[in-house]
Design a protein. Structure first.
Ligand code: ADP
Ligand code: ZN
Length: 753
């Protein structure tokens, strides 16, 4: 960090950094970006010598003290005269934010139209990691103490001897020494008074994570895997920016193939970032990594505790952490030596963040790789259409694993046409599925039943008056959860006990559940197969990663016969005895106006189907659908992924939809419906008029009321050549919205509710 005066430091800096210091001839004016949604950088005065760009500094804003980052580049600073500027407070000891990460923050902000400070906040999410760690007092043995301990004839009480021995094994806080020696704190104090030990103040660096060992041999790879692994290793060794898609059927051993690339990055002394969707539930992945490399990766996700975050952040920033596995937010960590990014299940919709800064982590990972000039690997059995099109355009390279590992066959997929099946009321398993279940259980094999709906029933209505129980805050039905005996809104979290009377007509005992949720399915399985051991895997019934891992382990060890779950069962799991997959209500995801509904349904069901028959025994999949003619269902049954993608691509090209056209959603919300309408209409009136760009709406959002806020949507549709962000930035700059109105911009929206 440049502590010396700016004029002498300038020649040592890069031209960009030097230019930033010489802001308008006033060398002591520094521009600071705060991790807040502010429209611009703020100027401060550096008391003596400007801190170099990237330095973390504490500055005043109003009455608050905030840690920000000294910025370079060409943001618009507030043009205040120097006399009115506040001084920079403390310069923190954390390593400065590297120029690559600063450029990344700027580019993400420019792409998503979020204020740069809001993006920066994601890059400095653990503020306490930035401050110097607090010194701790520890107790250490002295030379005198050592010589006393070495003399057997020295007069020492047994407690003092034990304490000295504990000290000779290593310095620690005196309470810790007392604990190890099994003595009181007074004993340790006594040793200090005698000069046998002394107190020191040290800054305790948390231990660096254990380094993974790339030399450990992995499993012998199949020829296909070997070829894939070599291609990926080559990319890592060459360095430079490249995007490689590792496209392989479920169970083809993609993980082992990209582990080889990770090993190559470790060998080169570089750091690795692995992004996984819903990382908290991937205990099996962590276990595989540990087995392969002999050490655990740093984890980074919403379940990571505060202390672990602080240590993790520091370990990443210092280069001590070789590998991080995390959810999308790990993308903003300050790696100094990043050499490879892997995005596993790259098609997963959870990579899209929908609130705050709306960004697609897979796409932003590609951006970060390009700025860092490093390779990135996108991994999937069902790549997103965006990725497939990028392969076709020659931007991404493809590495293919066409077969399952170790001669396991891909499962056979059959559709069950539910229009021809008359089920009894409150029954949801079709006769063919019941027969298949019985056969599988009789053969002592396992079954997975997939229904992407939490709770007992998605709707509760009154038999007497037809009233449907709705969330008071949202345009949504309340979902009954029988385990907790509550009605819940899955959008805002509202919950209430199930009422005994209809709240509308006050009749008693007339409320009935409609439709299936996983809890209700479990009831049916228990009734039909009372001896089967059934487990339920749903996010709201699993207390954390440990519980999920236990459940998966129980399934792998065949302590359960039937696993019922929502989409959290679809991912990653490998259960050798699982030979039957049943999908209930396969059409669920196809409703609604989501342009990716078909693609997503294909990906999800393909992935669920991929859980069947992963080892020696062949798998069978039954999909219950009311739309067996739907292209998605036909493609699933025919195993024709590429045909489906081609048809999907053709349809989107004709409609000018992503990735062939560009979309942005503007969501206006207000506590009052009229305020929302007024603002939405004001926006529509000043919409940009330009060739190749259309603004649709405003229209009430499908979730017209969410968490008590009234929502209106505008959709911007543009041809690919249109500079969409610039057009929207200019547009929003021309409209003034009331303070009560919130506007959210979502570039390339994934959710249309
Ligand atoms: P994918 O990620 O493509 O679905 P995985 O990497 O999970 O496939 O591999 C599927 C199964 O095959 C896993 O249990 C894995 O341990 C095993 N496997 C993959 N490659 C090998 C190999 N080369 N040797 C032994 N087992 C392997
Ligand atoms: Zn609600």
């Amino acid at each position: 960090m440049a502590e010396c005066p700016a004029n002498s430091a300038a020649p040592l800096l890069s031209p960009v950094e030097g230019a930033a210091l010489a802001t308008r001839g006033n060398r002591d004016r520094v521009r600071v970006m705060l991790p807040l949604p502010l429209p611009q950088l703020l100027d401060y005065l550096a008391a003596e010598g400007a801190p170099s760009p990237g330095s973390f500094v504490r500055v005043g804003l109003g009455s608050r003290q905030i840690v920000g980052v000294v910025w370079d580049g060409d943001g618009d600073g507030a043009e205040l005269p120097a006399a009115r500027l506040k001084p920079v407070g403390e310069i923190l000891s954390a390593p400065p934010l590297r120029p690559e990460l600063r450029r990344f923050v700027e580019r993400v902000a420019a792409y998503t139209l979020a204020p740069a400070g809001a993006v920066l906040r994601m890059a400095m999410s653990v503020e306490e990691a930035l401050a110097a760690p607090r010194p701790q007092r520890i107790c250490a043995i002295t030379e005198v103490g050592l010589s006393v301990l070495a003399k057997p004839e020295a007069k020492l009480t047994p407690a003092r001897r034990r304490a000295l021995e504990a000290l000779s094994a290593g310095a620690a806080a005196s309470a810790e020494i007392a604990r190890r020696a099994g003595c009181g704190a007074g004993v340790v104090r006594g040793l200090i008074e005698l000069g046998y030990a002394e107190e020191r103040r040290i800054v305790a660096e948390s231990a660096a994570p254990e380094p993974p060992d790339w030399r450990r041999p992995g499993p012998a790879l199949s020829p296909d895997q070997q070829r894939a692994a070599e291609r990926l290793e080559e990319r890592v060794r060459e360095g430079g920016f490249s995007v490689t898609v590792l496209d392989g059927v479920t169970g083809s051993g993609k993980t082992e193939a990209y582990f080889a690339a990770i090993a190559a990055a470790f060998e080169a002394g570089r750091q690795v970032l692995v992004l996984l969707p819903e990382i908290a539930l991937s205990a099996q992945w962590l276990e595989r990594f540990r087995r392969r490399f002999g050490a655990a990766p740093v984890e980074w996700h919403s379940d990571t505790g505060q202390a672990a975050r602080r240590d993790g952040w520091r370990a990443v920033a210092s280069g001590g952490a070789q590998v991080v596995v995390g959810a999308r937010s790990a993308l903003f960590l300050p790696f100094p030596e990043l050499g490879l990014i892997v995005v596993d299940e790259e098609h997963d919709p959870s990579y899209k963040q929908e609130d705050g800064v709306c960004y697609q982590a897979r796409d932003m990972a590609v951006l970060r790789a390009s700025i860092e000039k490093i390779p990135i690997v996108l991994v999937s059995a069902t790549p997103s259409l965006e990725t497939v099109v990028n392969i076709a355009r020659g931007r991404y390279q493809r590495v293919h694993l066409p077969r399952r590992h170790a001669a396991a066959e891909l499962p056979q997929i059959e559709l069950v046409d539910m229009r021809r099946k008359q089920l009894e009321p409150s029954r949801f398993l079709s006769p063919p599925l019941v027969t298949a279940l019985a056969g599988t259980l009789a053969a002592d094999e396992q079954v997975l039943l997939f229904l992407n709906r939490r709770g007992y029933a998605p709707l509760t209505l009154c038999r007497a008056c037809g009233h449907r129980l709705q969330c008071p805050n949202c345009t949504a039905w309340l979902v009954e959860h029988r385990f907790t005996a509550r009605l819940q809104c899955h959008h805002c979290g509202y919950g209430a006990p199930v009422p005994a009377f209809c709240p509308d007509c006050l009749a008693g005992g007339t409320l009935v559940p409609c439709g299936p949720g996983v809890e209700r399915l479990r009831e049916e399985v228990a009734e039909r197969f009372p001896r089967a051991r059934v487990a339920l895997m749903v996010s709201d019934l699993i207390s954390g990663p440990r519980a999920a891992a236990d459940l998966a382990e129980g399934m792998a060890a065949h302590r359960y016969d039937v696993l019922i779950g929502t989409q959290i069962v679809a991912k990653g799991h490998h259960f050798p005895m699982l030979t039957l997959v049943g999908v209930i209500d396969a059409d669920l995801g196809l409703a609604g106006g989501d342009l990716r509904a078909g693609e997503r349904t294909y990906q999800l069901l393909h992935q669920v189907a991929g859980r069947a028959g992963r080892a020696e025994r062949p798998g069978r999949v039954l999909i219950q659908t009311y739309m067996p003619e739907q292209p998605v269902m036909c493609a699933l049954a025919a195993g024709d992924r590429d045909g489906f993608l081609e048809a999907e691509a053709a349809a989107r090209r004709i409609a000018g939809l992503p990735p062939f056209g560009r979309l942005a959603a503007l969501i206006v919300s207000a506590n009052d419906g009229e305020d929302a309408d007024f603002a939405a209409q004001a926006l529509a009136r000043s919409a940009p008029q330009m060739p190749g760009l259309t603004v649709l709406g405003p229209a009430p959002a499908p979730l017209a009321v969410l968490r008590g806020r009234h929502r209106r949507r505008l959709l911007v549709k543009a041809e690919r050549r249109v500079a969409l962000q610039a057009a929207i930035r200019d547009w929003l700059g021309r409209v003034r919205l009331a303070g009560s109105v919130r506007l959210q911009v979502d570039i390339d929206p994934y959710s249309f509710v």
